[in-house]
Design a protein around this ligand. Structure first.
Ligand code: BES
Ligand code: ZN
Length: 881
């Protein structure tokens, strides 16, 4: 018998809670297997609710020890405990105290939700529904309470005792080897923001003074020995705090801000009030073990979690359907932070690549859902690229549509009006309507409709009349479960490029609303005419990727080449190079599939040469422009009947053609742009390193005499992780001489550093070639493999399933099998990690007939399993739908 699908939770069924919980006093007596939690809840019945209405609390894997109401033990017939619920049948009065004593087992908690242990440290993860694994509670985001938490533990095991808010008291517990700490958080918050940490951790202190001169103690807690790896994270935190004051006018609101790094964590990091808990990969860094990308990620994740203090914590979500209210907005904020700290165009290109590789396929497959879903079975499965990345794009469009000032007016009202509340997308949008005098009801469709709109473009120039006409139409392709769609508001930033590469200025335009350089599509079709256009322009549309849409436009190669060389919008310059490469890669893939050899067109290869030799291009942008569309991007562009082997071969052909034609310039660039002197993770230096490594990536397949030696030397003499990892990838992925020696060398250098070893597993799992499957199987029994550590599992399996298309989708089905078996095994321990891994099947229907059939039978096999978790059952049901 297959496991049951969990009941559907629907937005339309939302009901406010019948009781409030105004105050929570928790005493947590920590013990590895028998932790006692005493929760005293001040409960109040809502004004419009009948006396005697039952109080139904959530619970999960709790042992109830004692239950007292207003100090009296509740008789057995006064309540019912069932798995998942505690019902108090008839609470006696309008308000009362409920004292609940439960026992939990942190050591046995392999789901890493609720209270668990990571390398001996007690920690919690409560979002989305983990607090119910600590005590019985109204575990929903619209129940806001003030928490006081007393943590008790043995002094020697757990010298550090932390919880949310400010420390009130600390002391020994007389006559025992234990001590306690009492924390109080004055800000009402939902249970998902509760946190507690206890362990033997090192403290790295610092301090921040807010704009209104409030002194805030900052601390990062890490395992002993890692104190020296926190300076980048601390620096990022201070810059985040300052930036949020300067740009959004938001100050911090407690005396202390603590960050704890743990090595076992399902997600990246968590914004618990005053006590953020992080996956240690987003805290710890030094040049020896962290790449430039790691440094950039740490900066962004620290900022993201800090920014939640306003967008998420002080103003939270009414229900989990509103998740994008905090996540989309906070991702937008962290993107803006990074743009200001680093390079705006580089950040924009990076984010759009992420959106296109993760969100577009999600939106085009069986797991498609609106930015604000209307139904879910398991909320953990909705922390998706759509909620996060598309959610951020929608906020960005709001800013484009309203302009900077209008946008900030709306946000200021939002902070003002809803501070201390749990609210909705509607309330959020109303703030922008009220401050801008606009109607955003059509804009709101971005939250309601799944699927990526396609904007089709046709143009004509009339030299006699000096007019340029543009037909724009929009359509959302069919999405499972979505009957029809309405036209969305699509802001299209544009330019009409004249022959000199400068934007031309038409004297007038009709058929659409234009404000500045933005065309505002509001209908399904627009026929636009620009007058006073003195020569045939080249259209540069969707500049800076002003809307999350696909553009369907027939481009003459010459126009793309022109845009690639001359567009004054850096994003669209990059896009033009990508489009040229993409066209060619799709064509080559087709040729290879027909058993022909084919050769990349000179015109495309030479564009890469021109980029490489452009003296005016910023190195980081140049590195991005020289990056070919990924295999997954090409597969998506092809859309159906996909053969990953042909894609890999086509991509290799183009890479080799570029390498052979420009080997001299590539070798020179690899050397010239390698930064000298002490390592620095700043954006400019990192950009140079990226270009140097990008050039080396081509040079490695250049057929020159010294390519292999050159690659080996770069790897073996690297004095930082960025260069070392780049070198290792080339040696292993291109199966170059020294491949095995390089892996051994890396292993002996980094075997004691877990985060560096994740990379070692990842590199091997993503290597193309028939041998990879056997390698992965043997790595399962490597002494450093740990199936209970999410980072390690992701390094070996998630990276294989999402980053090794030819081996995952092997034509013999063995790649699918391997992942399926792993999913089933992991699912018993950690459903969240398992269900995430399972989403790697989401594009299975786009594969060729043979692979598609193999994927389907593998998925059916998973589906027929008994005891699948809710998480995995939900993903498998939707994937097969
Ligand atoms: N609130 C989330 C963490 C979270 C996600 C908890 C899912 C429970 C379930 C946090 O703010 C977050 O979004 N973290 C991201 C990283 C961020 C930089 C986008 C994550 O963990 O991946
Ligand atoms: Zn977040």
């Amino acid at each position: 018998m297959r496991s049951e699908t969990a009941p559907a939770i629907r937005l339309e069924d939302y009901q406010p809670p019948v009781y409030r919980i105004e105050k929570v006093h928790l005493t947590v007596k920590l013990d590895p297997a028998e932790t006692e939690v005493v929760a005293t809840l001040s409960v109040a019945r809502q004004a419009d609710v009948q006396a005697g209405t039952p109080l139904v609390l959530d619970g999960d894997e709790l042992s109830l020890r004692e239950l007292k109401l207003n100090g009296e033990v509740l008789p057995d017939d006064g309540y019912t405990v069932s798995p998942g619920k505690l019902e108090i049948h008839a609470p006696p009065s309008k308000s009362f105290d409920l004292k609940i004593t439960t026992q939990i087992n942190p050591e046995a908690n392999t789901k890493l939700m609720g209270l668990y242990r990571s390398s001996g440290t007690y920690c919690t993860q409560c979002e989305a529904e983990g607090f119910r694994r600590i005590t019985y509670f109204l575990d929903r985001p619209d129940v806001l309470a003030i928490y006081t938490t007393r943590v008790e533990a043995p002094k020697t095991d757990c010298p550090v005792l932390l919880a949310n808010g400010n420390l009130m008291e600390k002391g020994d517990i007389d006559g025992t080897d234990r001590h306690y700490a009492l924390w109080h958080d004055p800000h009402p918050k939902p249970a998902y923001l509760f946190a507690l940490v206890a362990g033997n951790l090192a403290q790295v202190p610092n301090r921040f003074t807010t704009a209104s001169d409030k002194k805030v103690d900052l601390n990062i807690y890490v395992e002993h020995g890692n104190e020296g790896l926190c300076s980048w994270a601390m620096d990022s935190l201070k810059r985040s705090m300052k930036w949020d004051e300067d740009v959004f006018g938001r100050e911090y609101d407690l005396d202390v801000f603590n960050i704890v790094a743990v090595s076992d964590f399902n997600m990246g990091a968590m914004e618990n009030k005053g006590l953020n808990i992080f996956n240690d990969k987003y805290v710890l860094a030094d040049p020896e073990t962290a790449t430039d990308q790691d440094y950039a990620n740490i900066e962004a994740v620290i900022a993201h979690e800090y920014f939640h203090n306003w967008t998420g914590n002080r103003i939270t979500c009414r229900d989990w359907f509103q998740l994008c209210l905090k996540e989309g907005l906070t991702v937008f904020r962290d993107q803006e932070f990074t743009s200001d700290m680093r390079s705006r165009p580089v950040k924009r290109i990076t984010d759009v690549r992420l959106l296109k590789t993760h969100q577009f396929p999600e939106d085009a497959g069986p797991l498609a859902h609106p930015v604000r879903p209307r139904v879910y079975h398991e909320i953990n499965n909705f922390y998706t690229a759509t909620v996060y990345e598309k959610g951020a794009e929608v906020v960005r469009m709001l800013k484009t549509v309203l302009g900077d000032e209008g946008f900030h007016r709306g946000l200021d009202l939002y902070f003002d009006r809803h501070d201390g509340e749990a609210t909705t997308i509607e309330a959020f949008l109303t703030c922008f309507e009220d401050t801008n005098g606009t109607d955003l009801s059509q804009f709101a469709l971005w939250y309601e409709q799944a699927g990526t709109p396609v904007v089709s473009v046709a143009s004509a120039y009339d030299a006699d009349r000096q007019t340029y006409s543009l037909s724009l139409s929009q359509e959302i392709p069919p999405v499972p479960g979505q009957r029809s769609s309405k036209p969305a508001v699509i802001p299209l930033r544009f330019g009409l490029l004249g022959p000199d590469g400068k934007d031309m200025h038409a004297t007038s335009a009709s058929g659409i609303n234009i404000s500045g350089d933005v065309l505002l599509m509001e209908k399904s079709r627009h026929e636009i005419t620009f007058s006073g256009v003195s020569s045939q322009p080249v259209l540069s549309l969707l500049r800076a990727f002003s809307a999350p849409v696909r553009i369907d436009q027939k481009f003459a190669t010459a126009d793309l080449q022109f845009l690639a060389a001359r567009d004054n919008d850096p994003f669209n310059r990059w896009q033009a190079v990508q489009s040229l490469a993409m066209q060619e890669l799709v064509r080559l893939t087709g040729t290879i599939r027909h058993g022909e050899l084919g050769a990349p067109a000179d015109g495309v290869v030479s564009v890469f040469g021109a980029v490489l030799n452009d003296q005016n291009l910023d190195p980081a942008l140049k590195a991005l422009a020289l990056t070919l569309p990924s295999e997954a991007d090409i597969a998506q562009e092809i859309g159906k009947n996909v053969d990953p082997d042909a894609i890999l071969a086509a991509r290799k052909q183009l890479r080799q053609a570029i390498a052979r034609q420009f080997h001299g310039a590539l070798r020179a660039a690899a050397l010239e742009f390698a930064p000298r002197g002490d390592y620095s993770p700043d954006a400019e230096t990192a950009g140079k390193r990226a270009l140097s490594n990008r050039a080396a990536y081509y040079y490695a397949v250049s057929n020159t005499e010294d390519a292999a030696q050159f690659t080996w030397d770069r790897f073996s003499s690297a004095d930082n992780m960025t260069d070392r990892l780049a070198g290792l990838m080339l040696l292993v992925h291109d199966h170059m001489p020294g491949e095995t020696a390089a892996l051994d060398l890396y292993l002996s250098r980094h075997e004691k550093t877990s985060l560096a070893m994740d990379k070692w597993f990842m590199v091997q799992a993503t290597a193309p070639g028939d041998g990879t499957l056997a390698t992965i199987k043997s790595l399962f029994s490597h002494p450093l493999y740990d199936a209970t550590n999410p980072n390690r599992v992701r390094a070996l399996l998630q990276s294989f399933a999402t980053g090794n298309a030819t081996q995952f989708a092997r034509p013999d089905g063995a790649g699918f099998e391997l992942v399926a078996e792993s999913v089933l095994e992991i699912d018993k321990r950690n459903p969240q990690v398992a269900s995430r891994l399972l989403t790697s099947f989401r594009s299975w229907r786009a594969l060729d007939a043979n692979r598609c059939a193999l994927a389907e039978s593998t998925l059916m096999k998973i589906s027929s399993c008994e005891d699948l978790s809710r998480d995995s059952r939900d993903i498998i049901d939707r994937t097969l739908q």
